[in-house]
Write a protein that binds this ligand. Structure first.
Ligand code: NAP
Length: 310
C-alpha cells in the first residue's frame, strides 16, 4: 500500500515523486517503458529556467536520481486501469495490482503518426517504420550518417531533429504544411544557416515510395498546397515529428477526456474523481513544456498530499 501511485515517470511524474517524498508520503512511480518520458530524446534543452544547456538524457537521469534518493519507488509496469474504491485506489497493471490513497496520472503522450489511421498512407507508414521511417532523430539519426533525410513537421521537435540531422547527414529536407513554424525562432534561425537544409513549405507528404528490392523507404512524394504540384524526393530516411497524442484510454473510467483524448483537469490538476489527479502533457492545457510539466507534477503532489491529510 502506497500513499501515492504516480503513473508515468516523465518530467511531470518524477517531479510529483520529488514533491510527494518531500511531503512525507510514500510514493511509487509506474512506467511502461523507461523513466524519462519524451524529453529523453531531446539532444539539447535550452529553455528550462536556470539550465542553459542540458541533454534530455542527463536531465531525466538527474530527476530520477533526485526522486530515488528521496525514497520514491519505481516499478516497470503498464497500467491497464484504475479502480476507485473511495479511500483506496487500485491500479491494475500487467505486473499486478498496486493500491494507494491517491493516484497521479502523468502518462504523457506518444508520437502521432503522419497519416490518419485507416488510410493507405497510414498502412505504408506503419510498414516502413524501422525501414526508413522513424519518430526519433536522436535514436535513429546515426543510421543515416552521410545520407539524405527528411523531417516532417513545424514544431520544436521537427526543428530540433532537423538541426541534429543536418550535422550528420548529407542533406536534410524540412517538409512543413505551412510557411510559418510554431517551433522556436532561435532554432529556426540556426537551421536556416545550415547549407545542407532545404525547406519544402506549404507542402504535405502524399505518398511513401519503396525500394522494391530492399523494401525500404526510397522516395517521399510531396504535394504543394498552393500550386498543386507533386514532387518525388529521393530520401533514405523520413523523420516524422508532427506532434503527440495522449494515451489516456485506460483511465477513462475514472476521469473525463476531451475530444482529443486529454484528461480534463484544471491548473489544480483535479479530475472528476476525488483523489485522482492529472499532471503534465496528458491533461488539457495550453502550453506543454518541460517547465509546465514540472510545475504540474509539483501541483499534483501538493494536491494529493492535501487530499490524503484531510
Ligand atoms: P507540436 O508543437 O504540436 O508541432 C507539431 C507540428 O506538426 C506542427 O507544426 C503541425 O503543423 C505539424 N503537423 C501536425 N499534424 C500534421 C500532419 N498530419 N501532417 C503534417 N504536419 C502535421 O509538436 P512537437 O514539435 O512534437 O512539440 C510538442 C510539445 O513539446 C510542444 O509544446 C513543444 O514546444 C515541446 N517541445 C519542446 C522542445 C524544446 O523546448 N526544446 C523540444 C521538443 C518539443 P501546424 O503548425 O500547421 O499545426
Amino acid at each position: 500500500m502506497y500513499d501515492i501511485v504516480i503513473i508515468g515517470a516523465g518530467t511531470a511524474g518524477m517531479s510529483a515523486a520529488i514533491y510527494a517524498q518531500r511531503g512525507g508520503k510514500k510514493s511509487l512511480m509506474l512506467e511502461k517503458l523507461t523513466y524519462g518520458g519524451q524529453i529523453i530524446n531531446t539532444p539539447d534543452i535550452e529553455n528550462y529556467p536556470g539550465l542553459m544547456h542540458v541533454s534530455g538524457f542527463d536531465f531525466a537521469g538527474k530527476l530520477f536520481e533526485q526522486a530515488s534518493q528521496l525514497g520514491a519507488s519505481y516499478e516497470a509496469a503498464s497500467v491497464l486501469g484504475i479502480e476507485d474504491k473511495g479511500d483506496v485506489k487500485v491500479v491494475h497493471t500487467d505486473n499486478g495490482d498496486y493500491q494507494a490513497g491517491a493516484v497521479i496520472i502523468a502518462a504523457g503522450a506518444k508520437n502521432r503518426p503522419l497519416a490518419a489511421e485507416g488510410t493507405p498512407l497510414f498502412d505504408k507508414e506503419k510498414s516502413l517504420t524501422g525501414r526508413g521511417v522513424s519518430y526519433c532523430a536522436t535514436c535513429d539519426g546515426m543510421f543515416y550518417r552521410n545520407k539524405v533525410t527528411a523531417v516532417v513537421g513545424g514544431g520544436n521537435t521537427a526543428l530540433d531533429d532537423a538541426v541534429f540531422l543536418a550535422d550528420i547527414c548529407q542533406k536534410v529536407y524540412v517538409i512543413h504544411r505551412r510557411d510559418q513554424f510554431r517551433g522556436s525562432r532561435t532554432t529556426l534561425d540556426k537551421l536556416k544557416e545550415k547549407p545542407n537544409v532545404e525547406f519544402i513549405l506549404n507542402s504535405e507528404v502524399t505518398d511513401l515510395l519503396t525500394d522494391e528490392q530492399a523494401q525500404t523507404l526510397d522516395r517521399v512524394e510531396t504535394c504543394d498546397k498552393v500550386t498543386g504540384q507533386k514532387r518525388q524526393i529521393p530520401v533514405n530516411g523520413l523523420f516524422v515529428a508532427v506532434g503527440q497524442a495522449p494515451c489516456n484510454q485506460p483511465f477513462a473510467d475514472v476521469v473525463d477526456l476531451d475530444e482529443k483524448g486529454y484528461i480534463i483537469a484544471g491548473e489544480d490538476t483535479h479530475t472528476r474523481t476525488a483523489g485522482i489527479f492529472a499532471a503534465g502533457d496528458c491533461r488539457t492545457k495550453t502550453l506543454r513544456q518541460l517547465s509546465t510539466a514540472a510545475a504540474d507534477g509539483a501541483q499534483a503532489a501538493t494536491e494529493a498530499i492535501r487530499y490524503l491529510n484531510t
